[in-house]
Design a protein around this ligand. Structure first.
Ligand SMILES: Nc1ncnc2c1ncn2[C@@H]1O[C@H](COP(=O)(O)OP(=O)(O)OP(=O)(O)O)[C@@H](O)[C@H]1O
Ligand SMILES: [Mg+2]
Length: 250
């Protein structure tokens, strides 16, 4: 479970998060919508202690991130895969090396051959040709780098996944591949996920529930069918463009 409670965060005196309450249940996939600059990435970063709350807290698997010891924080980080908004690969390392770092469980017990085999499987899962294994990130397209970022996030078989705009910049086929992967990890492996997205297709395809972050708080959080019925004008502005899924208006 990932549970935000009254989390606030300001930068240079400007409040971004004004008291976020949000509980993501075990095994659930929660899609998080919100305007650009509303603090979605900031919200995710708190869950692995990349940012510290001004007040309030987020608990991951029962560990309070605000009060966690270094050892507890390391334990949480090992359980959580993170798909960064801008891939965040090591530029000077090949795709293979970027993946090896994430695959390693600290024991360095696997052979190079095993690692390469696993890395190739990871690439296939995100619809990338294993031939890219020895390329540098700079030699890949933006969408390819994004998918390497996804492969890296799932490499350690995490129980929790934080996806920061996983399909942004991908063509529709690859966006569907990533959506299918999110669903598969949730359904088959019981992974608990937060998926930040501007893509309503993704939100409605993968979200067990959909939440809206607006003006520093969770404005709504409900099942897809329910959020479509929400009367709140702000919520309606964010979900009304959903294809096929709009309820009859009569
Ligand atoms: N480390 C930081 N230092 C100062 N300000 C920051 C920092 N991180 C984020 N911010 C500010 O916090 C606000 C929210 O940023 P955030 O990246 O979370 O937005 P977002 O909802 O993810 O937007 P987008 O949809 O464009 O990715 C922005 O005004 C941003 O400038
Ligand atoms: Mg962001």
């Amino acid at each position: 479970m990932i549970e935000y409670a009254g989390l606030t965060k300001s930068f240079d005196g400007v409040p971004v998060l004004r008291g976020v309450d949000l509980a993501v249940r075990e095994g659930e996939t929660l899609a998080l919508l919100g305007p650009s600059g509303s603090g979605k990435s900031v919200l995710l970063k708190h869950a692995i202690g990349l940012l510290e709350p001004d007040s309030g807290d987020v608990e991951v698997d029962g560990v309070s991130i605000a009060r966690a010891s270094d050892a507890e924080l390391r334990r949480v980080r090992r359980m959580v895969g993170y798909v960064f908004q801008h891939a965040a690969l090591f530029d000077s390392l090949s795709v293979a090396e970027n993946l090896f770092l994430a695959q390693d469980d600290g024991s360095f017990s696997r052979s190079r051959r095993e690692c390469r085999g696993e890395a190739m499987d990871l690439l296939r899962r995100v619809n990338l040709d294993p031939g890219v294994l020895d390329r540098l990130p700079a030699e890949l397209s933006g969408g390819m780098r994004k998918r390497v970022g996804v492969a890296r996030a799932i490499a350690s078989r995490p129980r929790y996944l934080l996806w920061d705009e996983p399909t942004t910049g991908l063509d529709p086929v690859n966006a569907d591949t990533v959506d299918a992967l999110i669903l598969e990890l949730g359904r088959e492996l019981g992974v608990t996920s937060i998926v930040v997205t501007h893509d309503l297709d993704t939100a409605f395809d993968v979200g067990d529930r959909i939440a809206l972050l607006y003006e520093g708080r969770i404005r709504a959080c409900a099942r897809p069918a329910e959020i479509l019925e929400d009367d709140d004008a702000i919520v309606r502005r964010f979900v009304r463009r959903v294809r096929n899924a709009a309820p009859a208006t009569t």
